[in-house]
Design a protein around this ligand. Structure first.
Ligand SMILES: [Zn+2]
Ligand SMILES: [Zn+2]
Length: 172
């Protein structure tokens, strides 16, 4: 069969995308489209890692950077986690296997809202807690998407959290 992306070359590999709604998408790709897919995935991972790790900055140090702890290194390309944090460039597709625990840690630590507000009127308070619940659910989904290596979906969910946070700002 032909590649479902370019429709020109013979498909040689099957790629699965699991979406946050649980639906599974399968595409058959040729080698060059599969490589492109892999590249996009690394980029999505880089972008996601950057946003989560930058949210943590000034807050908490991600495990791996603390002195005395064993340095995390990607077995395939030799990139270490500190360098990855600084440059925010994964060296190869195995890097996210090596570092995703750290990204997951970062994602877990990212708080949905800012400091708790006090002195809200009841209606606003209800809205606030609903939003917090929603953000909590989104965070859980993000973790799942990272585990499934669906970084694009994780980034989309992260943007949803950001827009919820934006609404919090408007209410003030
Ligand atoms: Zn193709
Ligand atoms: Zn690597």
């Amino acid at each position: 069969m032909l590649c479902e992306r370019c429709g020109k070359n013979e498909a040689v590999t099957r790629i699965q995308h699991l979406h946050s709604d649980g639906s599974l998408e399968e595409v058959y790709l040729c080698e060059s489209c599969a490589n492109l897919e892999e590249e996009n995935k690394i980029q999505a991972f880089n972008e996601l890692a950057l946003s989560f790790l930058s949210m943590l900055d000034g807050n908490k140090v991600v495990a791996g950077e603390t002195s005395g702890k064993k340095q995390l290194v990607c077995d395939s390309c030799g990139l270490d986690f500190d360098t990855f944090r600084k440059t925010n460039r994964a060296g190869c597709s195995d890097c996210y296997d090596a570092f995703y625990e750290q990204i997951l840690q970062a994602a877990k630590q990212v708080q949905g809202g800012h400091a708790k507000h006090v002195g809200k009127v009841p209606a606003a308070f209800v809205a606030e807690s609903e939003r917090e619940e929603r953000i909590f659910a989104l965070r859980e989904q993000i973790q799942k998407m990272i585990e499934l290596e669906n970084f694009e979906e994780a980034a989309r969910l992260r943007d949803e959290i950001r827009s919820l946070e934006g609404k919090a700002g408007e209410e003030e």
